[in-house]
Design a protein around this ligand. Structure first.
Ligand SMILES: [Zn+2]
Length: 177
């Protein structure tokens, strides 16, 4: 069982720079993956990237449903995202949120199918194909590892609004001393 680690929030540099590829598939990586699952479940997320717990490595975990309601759970190390060609793309305009920008959601159109090629924690090649929320999750988590948050894909004005609402909510959490 992994250890629940605190989730890093927007503004922390580790979220805003590309993560390093994993080069060793060892016990440290296995332990990191366990901690990531524990942290994701504790935060009630459906996906989590390593830099969201402060580790700048290209790893994400997910436990997420697809367009048919099937649940998919796994880990992807050194993921490479593949999206349908521009002409074959259907966009899904659902709302998106992020554990690193807690409490906020905004509509963000993304392709409704995505494929990720990568490796599991033992270094075996894996390919994951996603539809529905899983397609969104695969894109969102790969973005994290490239140093981007979903709010970076919003129109500038909308991004500002989401950040302002988040800042306001963090103020409210502070004790009045
Ligand atoms: Zn996120």
């Amino acid at each position: 069982m992994g250890e629940v680690r605190p989730i890093v929030h927007v503004g922390d540099p580790v979220l805003h720079h590309p993560c390093e590829p994993v080069t060793r598939f060892d016990g440290d990586l296995a332990a990191l993956v366990e901690d990531m699952f524990a942290s994701m479940y504790a935060a009630e997320g459906v996906g989590l990237a390593a830099n969201q717990i402060g580790v700048a490595l290209r790893v994400f975990v997910y436990d997420c449903s697809d367009a048919d309601g099937q649940q998919h759970k796994g880990v992807l190390v050194n993921p490479e995202l593949e999206l349908p060609g521009i002409g074959e793309r259907q966009l899904d305009a659902d709302e998106e949120g992020c554990l690193s920008v807690p409490g906020q959601f905004a509509p963000l159109p993304r392709p409704d199918r995505a494929t990720v090629h990568g490796f599991d924690a033992a270094g075996e090649p894996v390919t994951v194909e996603g539809t529905g929320l899983l397609a969104r999750c695969l894109q969102h988590e790969t973005d994290h590892l490239d140093g981007y948050l979903y709010i970076d894909r919003l129109p500038a004005k909308r991004r500002k609004q989401v950040l302002a609402a988040y800042e306001e909510s963090t103020k409210a959490d502070k004790a009045p001393l």
